[in-house]
Every structure is written in structure tokens, then in C-alpha cells.
Design a protein around this ligand. Sequence first.
Ligand code: NDP
Length: 334
Amino acid sequence: MSTVFVSGASGFIASHTVQQLLDQGYTVIGSVRSESKGEALVKALKGNKKFSYVIVSNIADAGAFDEVLKSHPEISAFLHIASPFRMNVTDPEKETLIPAIQGTKNVLESIQKYAPQITRVVITSSDCAARENDDRNPSITLDESVWSKATYESSKDHPVLAYLGSKPLAEKLAWDFVKTEKPKFELVTVLPSYTFGPQIDDSLISPTLNQSSQVLETMLYSNPDSKLQHHTGSFIDVRDAARAHLVALTSKEAPNHRLILSSSRFTSQSVYDILSKKYPQLNTYKGEPESDVAEIATFQKLDYSKTKQILGFEYIPLQKTVVDTVDQILRVRA
Ligand code: NDP
């Protein structure tokens, strides 16, 4: 079985992807930012001998992946999942936009120079790279051909806009690279929506969770008087996001496609309703029960049938995702 490289291996989606690759018998080399992150991942993976890590403290550093690719000619595929995904940044251009774009460029250039044996590259983008601005227009249908109109200039000064711009700009760079450089590898991009779900191991429930898990955690620790940010969009379970990366790696149909992952539309209310029915003793924020249905009807429509046909599996529904996530958090934080 071949050796796969995964960047940002200790991250939420990447650690599930690493776990599933190991379960399928692959050997995995992952990059992490520090030894402590690497060791925590080794522990979470129960010391699986087919996993090893290298330290790449910043994917934006010149030649960040050169050494590992030079010294591991056995790597046959590269999953580039690392990208800054935090909203509490002080310099959005330096902390979010540049690493996302430059990191992707570094990956592609390193492979081109030092790893001609790599046949498949999978890059994790986001459904925000495939959105129209007018989100509340049900007469618009989004599909895999839609591109965000975010520009470098419109993104660089605000933490949230920087994230929303970082994904399409990095993804576009990758498709342009393939067009102009005509590399030997085939490219697939994976565009998850809000990704929720449990961590691969209870030991990874750290005091501060990754950005999207924090969204659920904040709702879980709410009370009827909480002032909460309203979230709307599509969601995907992290285990399905990882599974999609494995299909992107192996499927004959996937190359040259953008795989956009959406299990269903949701709003914060959809989550409040699950929490209050399943965990009434927690007395979480109630909102206006079932008002999500009317709100979702105002959203743009989605047609990701091309992705679903390539993936060929059914997605986990929101109810199971929320319950599995919450059960783990409550178990660990009890
Ligand atoms: P995480 O924050 O858990 O994972 C991101 C990973 O990238 C972490 O391992 C992080 O390391 C690493 N990383 C970030 N910046 C750098 C950098 N400058 N140099 C080196 N490593 C870096 O988030 P997710 O798992 O959720 O995100 C994974 C990918 O999925 C990202 O590309 C994200 O944009 C995308 N995505 C996520 C969605 C979600 O809702 N979760 C939705 C759509 C797309 P460290 O933690 O040590 O800083």
C-alpha cells in the first residue's frame, strides 16, 4: 500500500483523514507545527506504526515542504489540508491570507521540483470558495462551477473576510498552476461546508477546540438568556469530510473536479432544537423552535449532484453529528 503525505495532520479534518487512511492500510507521513502536536496525534492514533510526522512550523516559509519531499521518494500522493482557520487574528493578511495562498504555492512547487512520482494532489478548499454573494436568493442554484468573487484586496483587512478570501484564492492558484505548469499529478479539490463532529480521540478535546467545533460548543454551553451569533449554511460531518478526501485520493472520476460537501442546510436553530430535545437537563438556549425550516427556504438552492455521484456514499445527518459531538465533549469535560 502506498505512502500518503498529509499537511496539517493534527487538525480536526486532517486527523480524521489520517485515521481513515491508516484504517485502509496506507502509510502516512503528516506535517504538524510542533513536536507536542505531533506527539498528541501519535497518542490519539494509538501509536500506529504506519504514521510518522515531520515538523513544518509555517507552510508559508520558503521551501517549507522541500526537505520532506526530497527525503521521502516513496510518497505517492499529497493531501494539502493545512490552512489557517482562526478568526481571532490581529493581522489577517499575514496570519490568514498569505499562509493559505503561499502555503498552497509552496506545496505545488515542491512537488513539481522534488516529487515527480506523486500522481495525485488533493487540496482542501471550502464551500465559501463556491458561493455567490446573494445568499438569500432561492432562485439561485449553486453547483460545482460557481466561484466566489472575493479578491485579495477585499479580503486582506478583516479576519472573517480574510478566511473567506483565503480559500478561493488558494484554490484558484492550484487550478491555475495545473493549467500553466501541466504537472504529472492530477488535482482534486475538496470543499467542505461547516464541519462538525467528534474528535478522533477523547484526548484531543483540548481547552480550545478548532474553529468549527467551537461553534457547536458555544451552543452547548449556552443558557436561555445567551446572546449567540446566528450561524447559517450547510454542514458536513467530519467523518464524511475525511471519507471524501479518501475518495478524492483514489477515485478515477475525481481528478479535475471540485467536490463540494453538504449533508444539509442548517441554521443555529436546527442545533438548538436537537440540543433541547436530546439534552433537556442542560437547559440550553431555545430560540424559536423549528423556525429554521422557514429560514432555510430563503437560502440559495444547492445542486452538488456531480460530487455525490463521484463520492457514492450517503452523508451523516445533523442529528447524529450533533449528538456524537456533544456526547464526547460532555464525557471529557464532565
Ligand atoms: P484546524 O484548525 O483543526 O486545522 C488546520 C490545520 O492547519 C492545523 O493543523 C493547523 O495547525 C494547520 N495550520 C494552520 N496554519 C498553518 C501554518 N501557517 N503553517 C502550518 N500549519 C498551519 O481546522 P480544520 O480541520 O477545520 O480545517 C482543515 C481544512 O479544512 C482547512 O483548509 C480549512 O480551511 C478547511 N475547511 C474547514 C471547515 C470547517 O468547518 N472545519 C469548512 C471548510 C473548509 P495548528 O492547529 O497547530 O495551528
